[in-house]
Design a protein around this ligand. Sequence first.
Ligand SMILES: Cc1ncc(COP(=O)(O)O)c(C=O)c1O
Length: 380
Amino acid sequence: MSWRIPLFDLDYGPEEEQAVLDVLRSRWLTMGEVTQRFEQAFAESCGVKHAVAVSNGTVALHLACLGAGIGPGDEVIVPALTFVATAACIRYVGATPVFADVVSENDLTISPASVEALITPRTRAIILMHYGGYPCDMAAFQALAARHHLILIEDAAHAPGAEWMGARAGSWGQVAAFSFFSNKNLATGEGGMLTTDDDSIAAQLRRLRSHGMTTLTWDRHRGHAWSYDVTDLGYNYRPSEMLSALGLVQLARLDANNQHRRVLTALYHELLAELAPQVGVPFAGHAGNSACHIMPVLLPANADRSAFMESMKARGIQTSIHYPPIPEFTAYRETSGGLDGLPVTRAVASREVTLPLYAHMTQADVREVARSISEILRAR
Ligand SMILES: Cc1ncc(COP(=O)(O)O)c(C=O)c1O
């Protein structure tokens, strides 16, 4: 299907093509010097000591859990309203995800009050997902973590470049995971990154991403080592040099692209208040500087969401849903208890629709989407 206004789109130019060509011509395709440069630049951009590049955001979350020392018997609290990988990583390490509610219809990030009510003697950590690029209430979570001796892990897949009190997403938790999937603000197709200020966690993450080996093919290629030991049960979670080359170029575009997303988001807020006031537009007045990854709205309670999305499709406008709540999935329903005790998630999840938002979207596109919403809802 070719959309007139897609949900997301890449912002790629000749620089991305050149960067990949340069890697191909260098004849070194797997994790090497370009990946090292990407890691350094990413760490600097987040204001952290270490960034560790991996092959996607899901494995970044898996390694984040291992780096934080989470294992069998532990409970980890996560929002119910997130992508399934935020919870799956907890199960990968034999621990149990416990699902918390989101704050309100205006704030779809995980609720500190809901988390606090779920803490048990087995609770080890909280995974904070900065929904839509909007920072979670970091002041509340840092205080709560200190009070209960819990580890904070960030799922910052939506939030590269987001800021709160002068610090960036990826620098708030003990360890943070980013995704560079095609629809993300920094997109390399697949790809991911871990950030941390902790030297020993960083060293562990580096070992685990490459089979637990003490030296790498790149070290041996450069003549720095002949052999290796294996000190951990590790994985092959390495990125390719092509991914890292794309990442370096995309990182250079990130701040300007995020700023444009903020301008478009403000325009959506303004137009929807005027043309479709019955639509809820979360995150009005949210603290911090969002990366504005997605543009969620809440349809009126009596609206038919599927029919609405079909009508937008008929106009060539792509929409989506973020997210079907994890506790309602077949693989989670029985153990999680569904949405009982999660009233806000229950109230918003069936009404949420995500509108198009991407770096080269125009203000005219936003006007067309807002006008279409108004016309479709009025026709019902
Ligand atoms: C919130 C969130 N967490 C984790 C992931 C997983 O990232 P990836 O698709 O790179 O494995 C995604 C991406 O799709 C995401 O949106």
